[in-house]
Design a protein around this ligand. Structure first.
Ligand code: SF4
Ligand code: SF4
Length: 219
């Protein structure tokens, strides 16, 4: 019988303890938010989706070389001397077209290593973290702003320029060849190569003198 009332008492106490916690939380401010209508403020320097400002990109490839998972693909194209591609916002002269600048964000591990070496600070982390897709291929971002026609025109122009330069080089007069002279008299000494030494002339050996004869002690 004592055990029966003890169990009832423990049940009542346990319920009261549970209800105490419940009542306390009823008057505590909520810690959850109504995502996606409400969003938390991201911490400073949070690493999320990358963005590349192609107006400032000089195609130096440093970001791609720093990426540990090879998710950045860059192709560049030389401009001809008559084309001025302008300056970046930090004053660096642009000399290369960038017909391809892809980041496969599906492979990206958000390490941020591509951001630090960029000399023009044009690749950066944004605060965008909601970019899920149904197709993995949609996560391969293309940042190049060059149209196909523009790329073809730049390639054709570069090919014509290189051909012209090659023709000019082939048509240029060749420098006269210097008259051949005897190598021993005029050829410059090759650095590091020693001239052969003349043969050693040794003095002729003197004829050996006969040893003096001992006086005969018996005579
Ligand atoms: S954040 Fe890291 S993994 Fe992502 S593109 Fe940059 S270097 Fe590559
Ligand atoms: S490091 Fe910067 S400037 Fe160089 S290719 Fe990458 S984004 Fe462009």
């Amino acid at each position: 019988m004592g055990r029966y009332f003890k169990d009832i008492w423990e049940g009542v106490v346990t319920v009261l303890i549970g209800m105490r916690i419940t009542w306390r939380h009823l008057f505590t401010p909520a810690v959850t938010i109504q995502y996606p209508d409400v969003k938390l403020k991201l911490p400073e320097r949070a690493r999320n989706r990358l963005y590349v400002n192609m107006d400032d990109c000089i195609g130096c490839d440093q970001c791609s070389m720093a990426c540990p998972v090879n998710c950045i693909t860059i192709e560049t194209l030389k401009s001809t001397p008559d084309v001025d591609l302008g300056l970046t916002s930090v004053g660096t002269k642009k000399r290369l077209y960038v017909p391809r600048f892809d980041i496969d964000i599906a492979k990206c591990c958000y390490c941020g290593l591509c951001v630090y070496p960029c000399p023009t600070e044009c690749i950066k982390m944004t605060d965008v973290y909601e970019f899920s897709e149904y197709e993995r291929g949609n996560l391969n971002y293309n940042f190049s702003v060059m149209a196909h026609a523009e790329i073809d025109a730049a390639k054709a122009k570069l090919a014509a320029y290189e051909k012209e330069q090659a023709e000019k080089k082939a048509a240029a007069p060749k420098p006269p060849v210097a008259a051949a002279t005897t190598p021993s008299a005029a050829a410059p000494a090759t650095p590091g190569v020693r001239k052969p030494l003349p043969p050693l002339s040794r003095p002729a050996a003197a004829p050996k003198a006969d040893p003096p004869t001992k006086p005969d002690s018996t005579s």
